[in-house]
Design a protein around this ligand. Sequence first.
Ligand code: GLN
Length: 204
Amino acid sequence: MSAPRIGVLALQGDTREHLAALREAGADAVTVRRLVELESVDGLVIPGGESTAMSHLLRELDLLEPLRALLADGMPAYGSCAGMILLASEILDAGVPGREALPLGGIDMTVRRNAFGRQVDSFEDDIAFSGLDSDIHAVFIRAPWVERVGPSVEVLATAAGHPVAVRQGKVLATSFHPEMTGDRRVHALFVASLRGEDREEQAG
Ligand code: GLN
């Protein structure tokens, strides 16, 4: 298969970093802001940023329900941090009613927003990640953690006793930001899953 065409939801957040990481991982990466763009991609990345702001914009732009429907239909996706929150089926501490983070589904899990604390509590750690040949340097910024996973969800990494990287089929989510380091292995895993090569280990 030629390079999969992967959209990066470009409403808010660290879109540029994901575009660069995806291109380095061999994808044809494009920004997505409109329904026609969303419908033209093989998979979608939801970046880190602020899940409440992204939810608000998704609703304003009439993208919320189409995106939920595409995910329910099996569209591959990867979300980092705020993106993980949005890919959940249930969000705890979602924010002020009316401006809260809205779950899109995609992964049968309950995620707690800002679980690792406020900006000041951001931290970095080297953690084991199933399918990668060595630890990954993980940057957590006001990160969520996962409090419940459904039976078809694989836990790929944990921190502080909670899942921080999970996968259900072709939908992947991390609490941390691989797009902010030079390590492209998580993006490469996602790109490989779109090529149908999910079982190959990603070497560093
Ligand atoms: N705390 C943010 C949110 O709720 C996520 C932070 C991030 O993406 N670095 O969306």
